[in-house]
Design a protein around this ligand. Structure first.
Ligand code: SAM
Ligand code: SF4
Ligand code: SF4
Length: 383
């Protein structure tokens, strides 16, 4: 077996954060809900990572060789508190954010997460509507937590599941976690009314593509939407190779060999998933059978209408999943900054954004391994 040596570099060190000058702009910016970046993209979706820890070791995300017992996880004092998260989320909402997704690491490992959900559920968009509040989980703790999450005000949930075959699933989570427990968690979420439930499957060529059809058969007609995600080159530790990416076009083609599909309209602007409905005998969408989604993060860039910002576990704002640098909001939150100061800082940071990594992937300079080039890990900024 070939050995992969992955140097451990902590991309969270302060010198790599954006210069403090970003927070002292000459002009003050208020929130009017119309904020746009340099490419005209609004800010609508905020993903908040509530922990950098996880009880799984999916090798495409937190490979065991790096995320071992010596890995320097953040101390609790470095994490944004629930009050800090809620405050910053409220300020993002003032800028036009309508959707908040809690993620991680494994968000259900964060103690008393339902208290945070309750606080976030009380926030309103600029139009006075409740936020579209959702959470992405590996499902391992859902049987215990689903009802409490629902009661706290969580609306929907996305569960990651990379296969139905127990041996494949145990190998992919790399902690020998049984698939039956996640399936029971999904049922618990359904029973609690956390719907519509989305199921995310990362497809790695040579690892779990033979699970695609069993997964489609299982979730067809269930009211849940199964989405296939191309294995991405996020972070710097998963040893990503293009030949392990199974393009979404091939996933759709494979499903069509057994179940005819027709393409559906996107559900919302900036939506990452391409939607495909199961077709009936007349070639029309069979609504009862439902739909699947494909997220072609590698083969079909969707940066053009990317309206997503990411807040790391320790309060750094990342403007792209593939960013190498984050903007330190925590020092503002914990300093003397007023709400208006933070609103202004967020406005200036988003206003200067021109990230579009996926569109430029092929033109990226080769990774030299220098810390300044190192992309943040998915477990730190969330998916
Ligand atoms: N632990 C939770 C989970 O697994 O759902 C939430 C955090 S996880 C980082 C969020 C999503 O990112 C999951 O659906 C996971 O499958 C996906 N993900 C992680 N690494 C990925 C990669 N290299 N390529 C594509 N998706 C990835
Ligand atoms: Fe954990 Fe989610 Fe990453 Fe898997 S994908 S290691 S469950 S954070
Ligand atoms: Fe958005 Fe960056 Fe992904 Fe493009 S690569 S869609 S800018 S997160």
């Amino acid at each position: 077996m070939s050995e992969r040596v992955i140097p451990l570099v902590d991309q969270r060190i302060p010198t790599l954060s954006a210069p403090a000058a970003a927070f002292e702009p000459a002009t003050r910016m208020a929130a009017n809900g119309l904020l746009a970046d340099r490419l005209g993209r609004p800010l609508r979706d905020l993903r908040i990572s509530v922990t950098d820890r996880c009880n799984f070791r999916c090798n495409y995300c937190m490979p065991k060789e790096t995320f071992d017992k010596d890995y320097p996880y953040l101390p609790h004092s470095a994490l944004l508190s629930f009050e800090e998260i809620t405050r910053v989320a409220r300020l993002f909402a003032a800028h036009g954010v309508r959707k908040i997704r809690l993620t991680g690491g494994e968000p259900l490992l964060r103690k008393n997460i339902e208290i945070l959900i309750k606080q976030l559920a009380a926030l309103r968009t600029v139009d006075g509507e409740p936020l579209d509040l959702t959470l992405t989980t590996n499902g391992s703790l859902l049987t215990r937590k689903a009802q409490a999450l629902k009661d706290a005000g969580l609306r929907r949930i996305t569960v990651s599941l990379d296969g139905l075959d127990d041996a494949v699933f145990r190998r992919m989570n790399d902690v020998d976690f049984p698939v039956a427990d996640v399936l029971a968690g999904i049922e618990a979420a359904k029973a609690a009314g956390l719907g519509p439930i989305k199921i995310n499957m990362v497809v790695k060529r040579g690892t779990n593509e033979h699970e695609i059809l069993p997964m489609v058969r299982h979730f067809k007609g269930s009211g849940m939407v199964l989405r296939f995600i191309e294995y991405m080159d996020v972070g710097a530790t998963n040893g990503w190779r293009m030949d392990e990416v199974l393009p979404s076009s091939e996933v759709v083609k494979l499903i069509q060999t057994e179940m005819p599909l027709i393409q559906l309209e996107p559900s919302a602007p900036g939506e990452t998933a391409e939607r495909w409905g199961f077709a009936d005998a007349e070639g029309r969408h069979d609504v009862a059978a439902g739909e699947i989604g494909v997220i072609s993060s590698v083969t079909h860039a969707f940066c053009g209408d990317c309206n997503r910002a990411r807040l790391s576990t320790e309060g750094r704002l990342y403007l792209c999943l593939f960013a190498t640098q984050g903007h330190d909001l925590r020092s503002l939150i914990r300093g003397e900054a007023s709400d208006a100061d933070i609103i202004s800082a967020i406005g200036h940071i988003w206003g200067a954004r021109d990230d579009r990594y996926s569109e430029q992937r092929a033109a990226q300079p080769p990774d030299t391994g220098h810390p300044s080039q190192r992309r943040v890990e998915m477990s730190y900024i969330g998916g």
